[in-house]
Design a protein around this ligand. Sequence first.
Ligand code: GDP
Ligand code: MG
Length: 177
Amino acid sequence: MAKSPEVKVAVFGRAGVGKSALVVRLLTNRFIWEYDPTLESTYRHQASIDDETVSMEILDTAGQEDLLQKEGHMRWGDGFVLVYDITDRSSFEDVAPLRSLLEEVRKPRHVPLVLVGNKADLEHARQVATEEGERLAADMACAFYECSACSGTAGTSGTAGTVAEAFHELCREVRRR
Ligand code: GDP
Ligand code: MG
């Protein structure tokens, strides 16, 4: 049997948007409330995507890196999850500059990415409309998901199923190239 493909995924976004919570949700199907925000970790995760086993290596960045570290992470990854918090407009405004830096670091290659608006469970505190996320994703020609790291069950429908779907779609995008 052929060796399963490996995809290196780096998760970017301002500190506090829920990157660690999303990764933990993907890996364990659990939500963990508090995570050391300064922690940067890599995880291995195997998933069955379109009947193929894919090994992901996932880098959960801290979101406080300096430019040099950021560029290093951007060179390391095959694909990127750009996360913002729907209740924090400034985290949304951080996305476009991240994308520009990615383009610059990776040019002239295509940059596989997905855009994720997290904390969709906090509808009452929403600052970024779904349409704004959709528009930004259209500008970046990438897939867009709104989800929540803390509700539903990964692997099923519902918003945490969306967490897995976002990572799987990114792997497809990487493999297409
Ligand atoms: P990171 O800095 O991007 O890794 O963010 P964390 O994963 O550490 O999450 C920051 C804070 O947001 C923590 O208090 C989490 O419990 C909370 N959080 C993360 N995801 C969600 C979510 O989907 N919904 C809600 N309500 N809180 C979340
Ligand atoms: Mg974190």
